[in-house]
Each structure stands twice: as structure tokens, then as C-alpha cells.
Design a protein around this ligand. Structure first.
Ligand code: NAG
Ligand code: NAG
Length: 308
């Protein structure tokens, strides 16, 4: 296996933004919203994208309850729902449909294999481990997604990233995409499960109620949505991104921290609230699910477009 060394990561760019603001002034985030944002343009580097039928295999590394797995699987199945029972917008499918504007034709996601792994490489993983685990079931137009349980430490998890996507080259030179997302429940909910948990730095807006009642897994869904959108629009480092290859802004990382209209650093924006559960969401999914999904950059308007 020849491998690349670069990983697209979900950086805490919005925390970085907070860090450079003078901490003495509470009004600054609001003022920021009045300043015309610098338009973001993700350059199309014209490389191969993941279109057509794309299979997502899930590798569950460590302990996940059946209800936790169902939250994630229902999210993935809601991206490209087949036939009846598809919820009306704003939905997971309407969120995913923005990727079609990059691809020119849809990327239709199907959930493939699910593999349960009982800590075969222990509880402390690095990038080599992620690659070794995800390269086992490589196939063309397949994304192997590794999800690590809340008791698994992963290199740079919670330091600079909540998840990542990358690619490897197989024996015959074919390229395979993969992704990893960690459950931040015990390690850094304030970073990787924001806005369902108080942020560790910056303005302390009250946390939102997680739509599926699981702060860690609902946070993982945000990261999974982010890395999947990055994977199909920039699978092999030569698709849509802005900035250096090693730390690019991609479809969703270009819009970090935005979930609804009126968002500003530290405030996720106005989203929908479920009258029964009090949970915050902006996307309906299959099986009556609700999810909170990050804004995606729209190549037609060059704007970060939240669902609500
Ligand atoms: C995707 O799969 C469906 C059936 O599962 C098939 O009808 C369709 O032609 C496939 N699309 C592409 C682009 O291969
Ligand atoms: C990951 O850890 C293994 C030992 O567990 C080590 O051999 C390998 O070089 C490490 N890889 C990276 C990228 O740090």
C-alpha cells in the first residue's frame, strides 16, 4: 500500500477565530456579523470526485450501543432516501443535495457493510492505524468510515480535529477514500459536540438539546456530515478546496460553526426546536429522526448556506 500522508481535518477554525478576538469585549461577535464576510471561493482543482452510487461501509471500533448505531445509520440512510417515506425539506437529503452542485450529478449514498471491531489495536490510535483499519475493505466508489468509541484516544483528536478524511492507493494504483470520526462524549464535548455542550472557550451561549438525546453521537453526526461532504467533493486532494492542500477549507469546513441563520462565532444561529423534546434540529431524516447539520458552501452562490 502506497499512502498519502495528508489528512483533511475538521479544524476548530471558529475557535481560532474566537481566540484572536480581544476577550474583554462581549459585543465583538455581534459586530463581526455586521462586517461583510470575506467571500469564500473553493477552487475546483478538476480532479476526480465521488459521484454515482457510493457505498459507505461503517467500522464500529469499540463500544457503541445499538441505539447509538441506529442514530448514525439512519443519518446515512437519510442522505439518499429511496422511494416513499422521505421527509419534506429541510431534510438530510436536501442538505446532501448541495453536493450535487459540485459534482454536476448526484452522489447517491448507500450503506454497505457494518463491521464491529472489539478494540483490535487497543485504545490509542494514530493515523497509521486509521489507514490500516479502513483499507481492509477498499473498493472503488466506496468510503470506509471508521467510528471510534468514546474511550478511544486518537492522535490529535480533540487537539485540532474531530474527524478526518483521506485516501490510500491500492496495489494496482487505484485510489480509495476513507474517513474517521471519534465520539467526543468523554474527551472533548465542548469542542467536538458543540453546540450540544458548552464551548471550552469563547462566549458561553447555552448548549442546545441534542436531537437524538446523545450529545456525543449527535456531535459525531455533525463531524460525519462534515467529512462525508469533504470526501465526495475532494476525495483525492484535487477536488474542491481553498488554501493549502495540507490544511484546506472544504465544502463544510469553509462554514464551521454555522447551523442556522444569523450565526456568528460562538452562536450556532437560529434553528428549529422540536416542541415535544425541546431538541434543536435543522434536518429531518428517515424514521422520524431529526439532526442538526452544519452549513455547506454553495458553489452557485459562493455562500455558506444553512438549511434554516
Ligand atoms: C446505481 O444503482 C442503481 C441500482 O441500485 C442503478 O439503477 C443505477 O443505474 C446506478 N447508477 C449508476 C450511476 O451507476
Ligand atoms: C502509529 O503507532 C505505531 C505503533 O503503535 C507506530 O509504529 C507508527 O509509526 C505510528 N504511526 C504514526 C503515523 O505515528
Amino acid at each position: 500500500m502506497v499512502t498519502n500522508i495528508r489528512f483533511c481535518t475538521i479544524m476548530f477554525s471558529f475557535f481560532v477565530l474566537l481566540a484572536i478576538l480581544p476577550s474583554s469585549s462581549c459585543s465583538i461577535p455581534r459586530k463581526l456579523a455586521l462586517v461583510k464576510p470575506i467571500p469564500i471561493v473553493l477552487k475546483n482543482h478538476k480532479g476526480e470526485l465521488l459521484k454515482g452510487n457510493v457505498t459507505v461501509n461503517i467500522l464500529w471500533y469499540g463500544n457503541f450501543t445499538p441505539s447509538q448505531r441506529a442514530i448514525v445509520v439512519d443519518f446515512l440512510k437519510s442522505l439518499s432516501p429511496k422511494g416513499r417515506g422521505s421527509p419534506p425539506p429541510p431534510s438530510v437529503a436536501s442538505w446532501w443535495s448541495t453536493t450535487q452542485k459540485y459534482l454536476g450529478s448526484p452522489s447517491t449514498i448507500t450503506v454497505g457493510k457494518q463491521i464491529l471491531l472489539n478494540y483490535p489495536l487497543g485504545k490509542s490510535l494514530n493515523d497509521s492505524h486509521i489507514e490500516a483499519l479502513t483499507s481492509k475493505f477498499s473498493q472503488v466508489n466506496t468510503v470506509n468510515v471508521l467510528l471510534t468509541a468514546s474511550d478511544v484516544a486518537v492522535e490529535d483528536f480533540c487537539m485540532s480535529r474531530c474527524g478526518t478524511h483521506g485516501w490510500t492507493r491500492g496495489k494496482r494504483g487505484k485510489k480509495y477514500a476513507y474517513a474517521w470520526v471519534g465520539n467526543p462524549a468523554n474527551q472533548c464535548p465542548g469542542e467536538c459536540a458543540w453546540p450540544f455542550h458548552q464551548p471550552i472557550v469563547g462566549p458561553q451561549t447555552p448548549p442546545l438539546v441534542a436531537p437524538n438525546g446523545d450529545v456525543g453521537i449527535d456531535g459525531s453526526v455533525i463531524s460525519l456530515a462534515t467529512v462525508l461532504a469533504g470526501t465526495v467533493t475532494n476525495p483525492f486532494d484535487n477536488g474542491y478546496f481553498q488554501g493549502p492542500k495540507i490544511a484546506p477549507l472544504e465544502a463544510v469546513t469553509a462554514c464551521t460553526g454555522i447551523f442556522g441563520s444569523g450565526a456568528f462565532p460562538g452562536y450556532p444561529g437560529t434553528v428549529l426546536v422540536d416542541k415535544t423534546s425541546g431538541a434543536s434540529y435543522n434536518a429531518r431524516g428517515l424514521n422520524g429522526r431529526e439532526y442538526l447539520l452544519p452549513a455547506m458552501w454553495d458553489p452557485k452562490t459562493s455562500l455558506c448556506k444553512p438549511l434554516v
